[in-house]
Design a protein around this ligand. Structure first.
Ligand SMILES: Nc1ncnc2c1ncn2[C@@H]1O[C@H](COP(=O)(O)OP(=O)(O)OP(=O)(O)O)[C@@H](O)[C@H]1O
Ligand SMILES: [Mg+2]
Length: 423
């Protein structure tokens, strides 16, 4: 591998577009050198509904990240979500070729192609064919079959499909923003790289990324992906419920949710009044904080109940003893882990990606209302996960086009001083 490579991740979410530019050195260590965050326009429930608006938002996020990094990037790994995504498990089998009967890369390619032969409608396309395990002459659980001896090679795969139109509109938006697409990656697959431990995956775990418009689920059993799905409900629905329930503008509802909300009323200990703006946007009136949480709780409970149903379909609690990890912006509501654990009946923890410590202090943030003076790390789960996915798959080719020393120096000076302060 070349001494240093550049990779760019693009999390095209319903709430925000997050562009991350990272350097990978010869030791395969990742250093994020550029972050761009902008409000997302042109998306609904994770799907591009207006290419021009989406392209503008993407372009702004990438520009910001490029200015911070001091380089221009030409391509990105792009996350995808939306309820058009569906998945199924599939099996492939081939005979090992060659006189020495040793599995070669060409055999692996052929067996993966064989597994791809599944019924697929004209409106759909395959986004991922993920190997779950290889089987050689009946021996299961093989992760790296290359070089092993055998005559019959089988693979169990997890296949992720998406609507061709939705995939193509996402790709068009990225291209219109001036970037080529290195790869399209399912959001929760990316997030899983950022927040799950290998022990959790081995034991069996589920991960949900609760964003603005969608809740993305991925289940691992015995180290393998066994199920993925996207539910068309997320944090924006909670804000809308608050706007209706407390009769206040949606922007005010969003603020109330973040500053005073909780996923369960159980954690509200004392009587507390909060100011709520009237729909006119002029006067405000006092409302009990407990009432705000009573509006939030049913929607959060609905999300976890929907997830629980999906879990039950896939073997339920017995197959995921490591429990559940929740991430994404809406996972930040206090009490979410407790509510989820009560509904699912398994331990639940919040998942946060590495590498982003301190970023919230330096990036321009027109997206999130800050609660404790910082942008919380779970909102970067998909972005960081895309970088880790790219590193694992080693197919990054996003060479920097131009180095602008002046910008590099000034941003690094700023970055360094802030990090120095932080540590
Ligand atoms: N501190 C907080 N407390 C509660 N909710 C929060 C907090 N910060 C952000 N959110 C909520 O998180 C949601 C956005 O999360 P995120 O940035 O992960 O979404 P996204 O990736 O853009 O959307 P999606 O993945 O659904 O397409 C919004 O509904 C926002 O209100
Ligand atoms: Mg998201």
């Amino acid at each position: 591998m070349a001494a240093q490579q550049i990779i760019t991740a693009l999390d095209v979410g319903t709430k925000k577009i997050c562009a991350l530019i990272a350097e990978i050195n010869a030791e395969e260590e990742i250093e994020i050198i550029g972050v761009g965050l902008t409000p997302s326009n042109g998306l609904r429930k994770g799907i591009v509904v207006d290419i021009d608006l989406a392209a503008q938002s993407i372009s702004q996020a990438v520009d910001k990240a490029e200015r911070m990094a001091g380089i221009e990037v030409g391509s990105a790994f792009v996350g995808i979500a939306g309820s058009h995504i569906s998945s199924e498990n599939s099996h492939g089998v081939v005979a090992v070729t060659g006189a020495e009967k040793e599995v070669k890369q060409s055999d692996i390619d052929r067996v993966m192609e064989a597994a791809k032969v599944i019924p697929i409608s004209q409106e759909e396309e395959i986004v991922h064919v993920l190997p779950r395990e290889f089987i050689i002459d009946g021996t299961r659980g093989i992760r790296h079959p290359q070089g092993m001896s055998g005559v019959r090679l089988e693979v169990e795969t997890h296949i992720v499909k998406g609507s061709s139109t939705s995939v193509s509109n996402l790709v068009k938006s990225v291209r219109r923003a001036g970037l080529e697409v290195n790869d399209i990656v399912l959001d929760q697959l990316a997030s899983s790289h950022a927040v799950l431990s290998s022990d959790e995956r081995e034991l069996g775990v589920s991960l949900i990324d609760i964003g603005g418009g969608t809740t993305d689920l991925i289940i691992f059993q015995e180290g393998n992906i066994c199920y993925t799905s996207v539910l068309p409900v997320g944090g924006n629905h909670v804000s809308n419920d608050i706007a209706v329930g407390l009769r206040t503008p949606v922007s005010e509802a969003e603020k109330l949710k973040i500053l005073h909300g909780a996923a369960t009323t159980e954690i509200i200990e004392k009587e507390e009044k909060i100011d709520v703006l009237k729909p006119s946007g002029q006067d405000s009136h006092k409302v009990n904080r407990r009432y705000l949480c009573q509006v939030i709780q049913p929607r959060m409970a609905e999300i976890f109940q929907l997830v629980n149903k999906e879990l039950q379909k896939n073997g339920g609690r017995d197959r995921t003893p490591a429990g559940m990890v929740i991430t994404g912006g809406a996972s930040l509501l206090p009490g979410s882990c407790q509510l989820a654990a009560d509904i699912i009946g398994l331990p639940v923890r919040r998942g946060e990606p590495e590498y982003v410590e301190g970023f919230s202090d330096i990036i321009d943030n027109p997206v999130y209302i800050k609660k404790d003076g910082k942008i919380p790390r779970p909102v970067f789960a998909t972005g960081v996960g895309l970088l880790l996915y790219a590193r694992q798959n080693k197919n990054y080719s996003g060479k920097p086009k131009r180095k602008n020393k002046e910008v590099v120096n000034s941003f690094f000076a700023k970055l360094k001083s802030l990090f120095d302060d932080f540590f």
